[in-house]
Design a protein around this ligand. Structure first.
Ligand SMILES: Nc1ncnc2c1ncn2[C@@H]1O[C@H](COP(=O)(O)OP(=O)(O)OP(=O)(O)O)[C@@H](O)[C@H]1O
Ligand SMILES: [Mg+2]
Length: 262
């Protein structure tokens, strides 16, 4: 049972991160990254009863400010500067679940050093069993650093051949250029419609990477439900399918059993 992640600080010393880290990425916008990241946070907080934080690494701009009513004064910009005080900058959403809003602009996100993001994760991992990372479509250095310390990376595609082929290119770059282990990647398809199944069977023949999960298009789902009606967000078909998908990942061993702190 592996759980921690090895964090390589500049200078080569190794530091252990105790939390289970799961990132959600895609090189396509609007594919469902944020919605899926929120459901994953709810899953670990509610179903697994783990202390969980969802961190937004999206400054394009991100959604957490409006979804969770958080101002720019409480965001990664300040948490990075004072990592030992990060608890003051997170927002508690419900039992076991906190969120941290992303950088207020892309320039701040670009100027962060690997050592700074490492230091912040080091503090955060003392408080949470699970860290979920929501990302933006365009990768930057901070996201790459976060992917390096992730135990599991959910790659989200739509069910078109173009989307799947772009996502498999992204995976190849992350693996070849940034040495991120292919075993960490879980390729999933969101917004699947009934007839897509036949198309996906054809597509998967030409991909050398298996599709590990599907989430259906849910015409009644909207991520803004988290603002107005959290119960209907949690009860949505979309959220239930994400819960089932993570259950399957854990049961089938495709993601390592996550660490828990007593
Ligand atoms: N399976 C689904 N069924 C129906 N609507 C969905 C589904 N998944 C996501 N959506 C909707 O699609 C829209 C985009 O979702 P979301 O913001 O989560 O995508 P994203 O990848 O985070 O986008 P961005 O690239 O802007 O960060 C939202 O309105 C969300 O409610
Ligand atoms: Mg998003």
């Amino acid at each position: 049972m592996n759980i921690g992640t090895e964090l390589i600080f500049k200078g080569g010393s190794l530091k252990k991160i105790n939390s289970f880290v799961m990132s959600v990425i895609s090189n396509k916008g609007g594919v469902g990254k944020t919605s899926i990241a929120i459901c994953c946070g709810l899953y670990f907080a509610n179903k697994q009863n783990k202390k969980t934080i969802i961190i937004e690494l999206d400054s394009s701009p991100g959604d957490f400010g409006s979804l969770f009513d958080i101002s720019n004064d409480n965001s990664l910009d300040i948490a990075i500067k004072f990592p030992d005080r990060f608890k003051n900058y997170v927002k508690n959403i419900q039992k076991n679940l906190d969120v941290l809003k992303g950088f207020s602009n892309p320039i701040n996100a670009e100027s962060i050093k690997e050592t700074e993001i490492s230091a912040l994760f080091d503090f955060i991992s003392d408080f949470y069993d699970v860290i979920i990372i929501d990302t933006q479509t365009v990768l930057n250095g901070t996201i790459i650093d976060a992917l390096k310390i992730s135990d599991s990376i959910i790659l989200v595609s739509e069910s078109t051949i173009e989307s799947l082929s772009r996502i498999s290119e992204l995976m190849t770059i992350l693996n070849n250029k940034f040495l991120i282990d292919k075993k960490k990647f879980q390729l999933i398809i969101n917004k699947k419609k009934f007839f897509d199944l036949f198309k996906i069977k054809d597509i998967s023949k030409i991909l050398d990477f298996p599709v590990k999960g599907f989430i259906s298009f849910d015409k009644r789902f909207n991520k803004n439900l988290i603002i107005f009606n959290r119960n209907s967000f949690t009860r949505s078909k979309f959220n239930i399918e994400v819960y089932n998908m993570i259950d399957n990942f854990i049961l089938s061993g495709v993601i390592n059993e996550f660490a828990g702190k007593a």
